[in-house]
Design a protein around this ligand. Structure first.
Ligand code: SAH
Ligand code: ZN
Ligand code: ZN
Ligand code: ZN
Ligand code: ZN
Length: 421
C-alpha cells in the first residue's frame, strides 16, 4: 500500500528533507523503498518497481486459499499435511514439490481452528512483531467484552482473539462474531473473505481492494442492535501517529454506517499497548484512559505475569469506555478504587496529594513534593536536574530523549523498553 511521508531532520536545522518510505517495515532490510518527496522517478524505475511488486505477490490469492481449504477439510486425517517451511496447508498433489521440507501430518480440526498455534509467530521485531496473547489474557479480554454486551469484534492485529471467538462460535451457543484485519497473509488459508481481510494498519490499506473494504464496512453496520468493539494490539515499535490515523479512519467508517449518525460517539475500542506510550496515545485520543490490567504474552519471555515471568508486563489496555465498567479480576490482584472509580493493581496506592492512583507499572509509587507528582519507587529527586530520575544518571539535560520512553541516551530504535526476548 501507500508509503508514508517522513522527514529527515538534521541537527540544529528546523527544516528537514521529506521522503517516502514503507509504512509497514521499519527496517530497510525488510523493504528498501525510498524516495525523496521532490524526486522525479523515471519510467524505467517505475516499471521496475511494478515488476518487483508483481513478483513478490503471495503465491495464492485469498479466494484460491479459501477453495484449497474446502478441499483440505474433505481429506482424511492421514492426508492432511502442513508444510512448516512454506507455512502452507498442502494438498496431496503438492506433496512432491515439498518433499524435502519439514511438514506436520494428521492436521486435526482442532489445529485448523487455532492457526496461531500452527503457524510460527513472525517475531521479526521491526515488521510483524507477532506476540501472541497468553490464554489467560485472551480469555479475560473476551469475557470482558462479552460481559459489556458487545456482539461483534473488529480484531485488528489480534489473530489469537479472533480465533478464540471463531472457535467458540462454532462449538457452542455463542453469538459473537469477529472480523480479523491483519497484514499476515498466512491467515487467508484458514478464514474466508468475510472473516479475514489482508490489511495494513499503518496506512489503512486493504490489499483486497474495494471488495475487502466493503466487507469491513458491512461488518461495522450494527444490524439487530449487535454492538461492536474494535480490539487492536499493534507492533510496539510502530508509529503512534500512523496507527492513530488508521484507527480514526476505521472509526469514521463505523460512524458513516449509521444512518441516523452516531452523533459524536466514538466506536468503542481497546488499544493494547505499553504504558509508556500513554501520553502519545492520549495526544491522539483524549477520550482514552489507561487500565491497570497487565496483558500477558505466550512467546514473550519478558512480558509474562509477575508470578511466572521474570518481569511484569508493561502492556496495558487503552479504552474510550468508562473506566469503572472495566472490571479487573480480584483473584489476579486488582481492586476497585472508589475515589478514582476504576480498578487498579493492588500495589497501586491512592495518592492523597495527586488525588489519584498514580502507579503505571503496578508497583507502589512515591510522591515527590518538589516534582509535584508521583514517581517510580526507584527514583530520587536530583537537585541538579531538578527532577526525579534514577540515582545513577549523568546530570545533563538532554531535550532529545528517546521517542518511546522519553529517556535520554538512546534513540527509539535502541529503546530498552522495546527489547523483547
Ligand atoms: N497479541 C495478539 C497479536 C499481536 S502481535 C494476539 O495474540 O492475537 C501484532 C499483530 O499485528 C500480528 O498479528 C501481526 O501480524 C500484525 N501486524 C503487524 N504489522 C501489521 C500491519 N502493518 N498491519 C496490520 N497488522 C499488522
Ligand atoms: Zn514446503
Ligand atoms: Zn485511586
Ligand atoms: Zn522529584
Ligand atoms: Zn541529575
Amino acid at each position: 500500500g501507500p508509503a508514508l511521508l517522513f522527514v529527515k531532520t538534521s541537527q540544529g536545522t528546523e527544516e528537514g528533507r521529506r521522503f517516502y518510505a514503507c509504512s509497514a517495515c521499519r527496517d530497510r532490510k525488510d523493504c528498501n523503498f525510498f524516495q525523496w518527496e521532490d524526486e522525479k522517478v523515471s519510467e524505467t524505475r517505475l516499471a521496475a518497481r511494478e515488476e518487483y511488486n508483481r513478483s513478490h505477490q503471495p503465491f495464492f490469492t485469498h479466494r484460491q486459499n479459501v477453495d484449497r481449504y474446502k478441499n483440505f477439510v474433505l481429506l482424511p486425517l492421514s492426508k492432511r499435511r502442513f508444510c512448516r517451511e512454506c507455512q502452507q496447508l498442502l494438498l496431496p498433489a503438492e506433496w512432491e514439490k515439498h518433499s524435502d521440507h519439514q511438514f506436520l501430518c494428521d492436521i486435526t480440526p482442532a489445529q485448523l481452528k487455532s492457526p496461531s498455534q500452527l503457524l510460527y509467530p513472525l517475531e521479526n521485531k521491526k515488521t510483524n512483531a507477532q506476540y501472541l496473547f497468553a490464554d489467560r489474557s485472551c480469555q479475560f479480554l473476551l469475557n470482558l467484552l462479552t460481559g459489556l454486551g458487545f456482539r461483534r469484534v473488529l480484531s485488528v492485529g489480534t489473530p489469537r482473539l479472533h480465533e478464540m471467538i471463531q472457535s467458540k462460535a462454532s462449538q457452542e451457543e455463542f453469538n459473537v462474531r469477529s472480523l480479523l484485519l491483519d497484514i499476515d497473509f498466512r491467515y487467508s488459508q484458514f478464514y474466508t473473505e468475510d472473516e479475514f481481510c489482508h490489511y495494513n494498519m499503518f496506512n489503512h490499506h486493504f490489499f483486497g481492494g474495494e471488495a475487502a473494504r466493503e466487507t469491513c464496512r458491512k461488518f461495522l453496520c450494527e444490524e439487530n442492535g449487535e454492538r461492536i468493539i474494535m480490539v487492536t494490539d499493534p507492533p510496539f515499535g510502530g508509529l503512534v501517529e500512523a496507527l492513530a490515523s488508521s484507527f480514526k479512519k476505521l472509526m469514521a467508517m463505523w460512524r458513516e454506517t449509521e444512518k441516523e449518525g452516531h452523533d459524536n460517539r466514538e466506536m468503542p475500542m481497546f488499544w493494547i499497548f505499553p504504558y509508556f506510550f500513554e501520553s502519545r496515545i492520549l495526544d491522539f485520543f483524549p477520550s482514552f484512559s489507561m487500565m491497570d490490567y497487565q496483558v500477558d504474552y505466550d512467546n514473550h519471555a519478558l512480558y509474562k505475569h509477575g508470578k511466572t515471568g521474570r518481569k511484569q508486563s508493561p502492556v496495558r489496555i487503552f479504552t474510550n469506555l468508562t473506566p469503572s465498567m472495566i472490571v479487573l479480576p480480584e483473584e489476579e490482584g486488582y481492586r476497585f478504587c472508589t475515589v478514582c472509580q476504576r480498578y487498579v493493581s493492588s500495589g497501586n496506592q491512592h495518592c492523597e496529594i495527586c488525588n489519584s492512583c498514580t502507579s503505571k507499572d503496578g508497583r507502589r509509587w512515591k510522591h515527590c513534593v518538589l516534582c509535584k507528582k508521583c514517581v517510580k519507587p526507584s527514583w530520587f529527586h536530583c537537585d541538579n536536574c531538578k527532577c526525579c530520575t534514577l540515582q545513577k544518571h549523568s546530570c545533563e539535560k538532554s531535550d532529545s530523549g528517546c521517542f518511546v520512553c522519553g529517556k535520554a541516551g538512546h534513540k527509539r530504535s535502541a529503546c530498552p523498553s522495546l527489547s523483547r526476548s
